[in-house]
Design a protein around this ligand. Structure first.
Ligand SMILES: NC(=O)c1ccc[n+]([C@@H]2O[C@H](COP(=O)([O-])OP(=O)(O)OC[C@H]3O[C@@H](n4cnc5c(N)ncnc54)[C@H](O)[C@@H]3O)[C@@H](O)[C@H]2O)c1
Length: 373
C-alpha cells in the first residue's frame, strides 16, 4: 500500500514509518521539523529509515503546502502531525494549536475526499475527555468512548475539534476513517516536554525531578510500540472503520509510582521539587480498552516497568550523544573578523611562492632544451 504519514519525524510518527516499511508498504513522510523541540532529536528519530528504498521524506508545512503533491496516488493517510503539549496550549501560542491541529486536519480531509482514500487514521488523544468525576462508590473514572468529552485544556479542545471533523467526513462522505485516542505514550524517542523524558534527563544530570502537583495523578501509560501496533493494524482492519477507539496501556498508575520504578531502574534516588498543578493537567486518565480488544483482537502488552527500562536505556545513549554534541559546539571558536595586516602578508607570501615556482619551472625548461640540443 502507498501510505502517507504526517508528522513522520516525530516521536510516534518515526516509529510508525519504520513499522509500515517493515510490513512492505511504500511510505511517504511529511514533516515541517516544527521548532517545538529540537530538529536534532527528530533527525535521530528518522535515522533508521532515511535510506530505506521505499521511504521518501518531504520536509514541508502541511498548513502551507499544496497537499495534492503528497496525497495524490496515496491509498492511506496516517495523520500524526500536530502541535502537542497541554501546558503550552494556554496563552499566545494557541494559534499554533488551531493551525496545526484543526486547520491542517480539515485541509487533509478535504484533499483525501478528492482522492478516494482507503483509510484515514487520526491520532486523537485522551485529552479530549477532561477531568471526569468517578461514578459513586468508585475512586477513579474509567473512560470509555461513550463518556462525554469535556476537555480541560486548549490542546484537548483542538484535538476534539479535529476528531469531530474526522467523524463528520466519515458520516457525510463515507470516508473510511479511524480515530485512535492515545493515552500518555512513552518509550524510546519520547518528546522532551513529556514527564518520563524530563525525569530521565534530571536523573542523568543528578538534578532534582520537577513534579507538577502532588504526583498522585493517575495516567494510563502506553508503550510506543503498542501504539504503533494498533496504528499499523488500523490501516488495513475494516472492523475499525468509522470508529473512535481508546488506545490506553492497560496498566494505569500514579506519577509517583512511575518515578519510584524509574529510580529502581536507574539505581538512583533523586531530590524532588513539587510545583503547582498546571492548568489543564487532569487528575486521572484511565482507559476502558474493551472496544480496542474487540476490534483489534489484542491489547497493549508492554508492562510499565519493561517499557521504562527501554526508555531509560535509550535516554542514556541519547543524552550522552546530545551532551557530547553540545560540548563540541562550545569548543568551536567563531570567526569574528579578519586581521587585514595578516591577510595582506599571507597574500604577499602566496604571490612570492607562485613567482618562485614559475621561475623554477622556466629554469628547468631551459636546461631540458639545452641538453636536447
Ligand atoms: N505522545 C503522546 O503521549 C500523545 C498522546 C495523545 C495524542 N498524541 C498525538 O499523537 C500525535 C503524535 O504525537 P508525538 O508525541 O509523536 O508528537 P511529536 O511532536 O513528536 O510529532 C509531531 C510531528 O508533527 C510535525 N508537525 C507539526 N505540525 C506540522 C505541520 N503543520 N506540517 C508538517 N509537520 C508538522 C512536528 O514537526 C513533529 O515532528 C499528535 O497528533 C499528538 O496530538 C500524542
Amino acid at each position: 500500500m502507498k501510505i502517507l504519514v504526517t508528522g513522520a519525524a516525530g516521536f510516534i510518527g518515526s516509529r510508525v514509518v519504520a513499522r509500515l516499511l517493515a510490513e512492505g508498504h511504500e511510505v511517504m513522510g511529511v514533516d515541517s521539523f516544527d521548532i517545538y523541540y529540537s530538529r536534532s532529536q527528530k533527525e535521530k528519530n528518522l535515522m533508521p529509515v532515511l535510506l530505506h528504498p521505499k521511504f521518501k521524506l518531504v520536509e514541508d508545512n502541511l498548513a502551507e503546502m499544496a497537499l495534492v503533491k503528497v496525497v495524490k496516488g496515496t491509498e492511506a493517510i496516517v495523520h500524526l502531525a500536530a502541535q502537542p503539549g497541554v501546558r503550552g496550549s494556554w496563552g499566545s501560542s494557541f494559534h499554533r494549536y488551531v493551525t496545526n491541529n484543526i486547520q491542517v486536519t480539515q485541509k487533509l480531509l478535504e484533499e483525501s475526499k478528492a482522492n478516494k482514500l482507503k483509510r484515514f487514521v487520526y491520532a486523537s488523544s485522551s485529552s479530549v475527555y477532561g477531568d471526569i468525576a468517578p461514578p459513586e462508590g468508585q475512586d477513579v473514572a474509567v473512560l470509555n468512548e461513550e463518556t462525554a468529552c469535556k476537555p480541560r485544556s486548549p490542546y484537548g479542545v483542538t484535538k476534539l475539534a479535529a476528531e469531530s471533523l474526522v467523524q463528520l467526513y466519515h458520516q457525510e462522505y463515507k470516508m473510511p476513517t479511524v480515530s485512535l485516542r492515545f493515552f500518555s505514550v512513552y518509550g524510546p524517542g519520547q518528546r522532551p516536554d513529556m514527564a518520563f523524558n524530563r525525569f530521565c534527563h534530571s536523573i542523568l544530570h543528578d538534578a532534582a525531578l520537577t513534579i507538577y502537583g502532588d504526583g498522585k495523578q493517575v495516567r494510563d501509560f502506553t508503550y510506543v510500540d503498542d501504539v504503533v501496533e494498533v496504528v499499523a493494524a488500523s490501516v488495513t482492519s475494516d472492523a475499525a472503520v468509522g470508529e473512535v477507539v481508546n488506545l490506553g496501556g492497560g496498566s494505569p498508575c500514579t506519577l509517583m509510582e512511575a518515578i519510584t520504578m524509574l529510580e529502581e531502574i536507574s539505581g538512583k534516588t533523586c531530590a524532588k521539587t513539587f510545583l503547582e498543578r498546571q492548568k489543564g493537567d487532569v487528575f486521572s486518565t484511565r482507559a476502558d480498552i474493551t472496544k480496542l480488544e474487540r476490534i483489534f483482537g489484542a491489547k497493549p502488552k508492554t508492562a510499565l516497568r519493561d517499557g521504562l527500562v527501554k526508555q531509560w536505556e535509550w535516554m542514556q545513549k541519547f543524552v550522552h550523544a546530545e551532551d557530547e554534541e553540545q560540548a563540541i559546539k562550545a569548543q568551536v571558536q567563531p570567526i569574528t573578523g579578519v586581521d587585514e595586516a595578516v591577510l595582506a602578508e599571507a597574500k604577499a607570501d602566496e604571490k612570492a611562492t607562485r613567482k618562485a615556482a614559475r621561475k623554477a619551472e622556466k629554469a628547468t625548461k631551459t636546461k631540458t632544451t639545452e641538453s636536447n640540443n
